[in-house]
Design a protein around this ligand. Structure first.
Ligand code: SER
Length: 317
C-alpha cells in the first residue's frame, strides 16, 4: 500500500490534488503538509506543518508515517519569485534536493515534481513549442524549475531515482485560488465576472498562453505517476497542454454567458513574464508515452467554472 506525502498541499493545485489522492488511496494514506493551514483544516486531515527547508522534520515525517511517494508541490511562483529571487531559488531548489535524496537513499520510491512553461524563454520557439528546446528562462522561478528538471534527470540517470514531472501550463480551477503566478488572471476573471461583472486584467488583451483545466491537470498527474516505468522516456519534464487563449478571447467566451461582463486592461510587470513564455505547446510525447489526452477546451471549461462558482456564490447571473 502506498503512503503519500504532499508538500505545498494548501496551494492552488495541492488543495485539489490532495483530495483526489485521498479518494484514490484512502484519507489516512495521504499526509498533507504546508507552511500554512489553508481554508479548512478540519477537512484537510491528516495535516502536518512542514517548512520544506527543514530537512530534519521532513525526514522525521517520512519515517514516522512510512511514506513511499512524495508529490512535491511546494514552490514560489513566477510573479512572487521576482520580489525575492534568492529566497525563491533556495526554496525551489533545496526543497527538491531533500526529497531527491530521500529517494536516492531508498527511503521513498517515487516522486512527482511539477515543472512549468516558465522554463521557456526568449530563445524558445513560442508556437507549438517542442519537447526539447533551448531554455533561457527570464524569471528566477523559471530558472529554479529548469535547474530542478536537470537535477531530476541527473538523479534518475545516476541513482535510478523514479522522479516524474510535467511542465504545467496555467492551471484553472474553481476549487482554489492561485497566488503569485502570471497565469492567475484566468482564474480571477471568473470570480470577478460573477461577483462584480467586471475585471481589470494585468496582462494585455492579445497575450496568448497555454492553459489546462484542473480536472485535466489532476488526470495528467495521476496518469503519469501510474504509467509503467518503461513508458517514462523523459526524465527532465514532459510538455503538457490542452488549450491556448488570450485575455481577449476568454473575456468573449464569458461575455457569451454573462452579457453584461466588461473587462479592461492594465498590464503590469507580469506582462513581460508572459511575453517570454510559449503561446502553445507540442505535448505529443506525453500523448505517445503515457496516453495523455485532455478533455476540456475553453468553452467546456467556462461552462463548468461558471456552474460551480454560481453555486458557490449563490449567484444567478
Ligand atoms: N502558473 C504559473 C505561474 O504563473 C506557471 O507555472 O507562475
Amino acid at each position: 500500500m502506498e503512503k503519500i506525502l504532499v508538500t505545498g498541499a494548501t496551494g492552488q493545485i495541492g488543495t485539489v490534488l490532495t483530495k483526489r489522492l485521498r479518494e484514490k488511496f484512502g484519507r489516512e494514506n495521504v499526509i498533507a503538509t504546508d507552511i500554512k493551514e489553508g481554508e479548512d483544516l478540519r477537512d484537510n486531515q491528516p495535516f502536518l506543518f512542514l517548512d520544506i527547508l527543514n530537512k530534519i522534520r521532513l525526514q522525521e515525517i517520512v519515517q514516522d508515517h512510512g511514506i513511499t511517494q512524495i508529490y512535491h508541490l511546494a514552490a514560489i511562483l513566477s510573479a512572487s519569485g521576482e520580489y525575492n529571487p534568492k529566497k525563491t531559488w533556495n526554496i525551489n531548489l533545496n526543497g527538491l534536493f531533500s526529497i531527491l535524496d530521500l529517494a536516492k537513499d531508498g527511503i521513498i520510491n517515487k516522486i512527482f515534481f511539477p515543472s512549468t512553461i516558465a522554463v521557456f524563454g526568449n530563445t524558445t520557439p513560442r508556437i507549438q513549442t517542442p519537447q526539447n528546446v533551448p531554455l533561457l528562462p527570464q524569471t528566477v522561478y523559471g530558472m529554479s524549475k529548469t535547474a530542478g528538471e536537470l537535477w531530476c534527470n541527473y538523479y534518475n540517470s545516476k541513482f535510478d531515482v523514479d522522479v516524474r514531472s510535467v511542465r504545467y501550463p496555467g492551471i484553472i480551477g474553481h476549487q482554489s485560488i492561485p497566488s503569485g503566478g502570471t497565469t492567475d488572471y484566468a482564474v480571477e476573471i471568473y470570480h470577478a465576472a460573477l461577483k462584480d461583472g467586471h475585471y481589470t486584467c494585468f496582462l494585455a488583451k492579445d497575450t496568448r498562453l497555454p492553459m489546462l483545466y484542473m480536472p485535466d491537470a489532476l488526470d495528467a498527474t495521476i496518469k503519469l505517476m501510474e504509467a509503467p516505468i518503461e513508458n517514462i522516456k523523459v526524465r527532465s519534464s514532459y510538455n503538457l497542454s490542452a488549450m491556448s487563449f488570450t485575455p481577449g478571447e476568454i473575456a468573449e467566451v464569458i461575455k457569451k454567458r454573462i452579457p453584461n461582463f466588461t473587462m479592461n486592461y492594465k498590464p503590469d510587470f507580469r506582462q513581460d513574464i508572459a511575453a517570454s513564455w510559449s503561446e502553445s505547446i507540442d505535448d505529443s510525447q506525453a500523448r505517445n508515452d503515457w496516453n495523455w489526452l485532455p478533455s476540456f477546451d475553453l468553452e467546456k471549461m467556462t461552462d463548468d467554472m461558471l456552474d460551480n462558482l454560481r453555486a458557490k456564490y449563490n449567484r444567478n447571473v
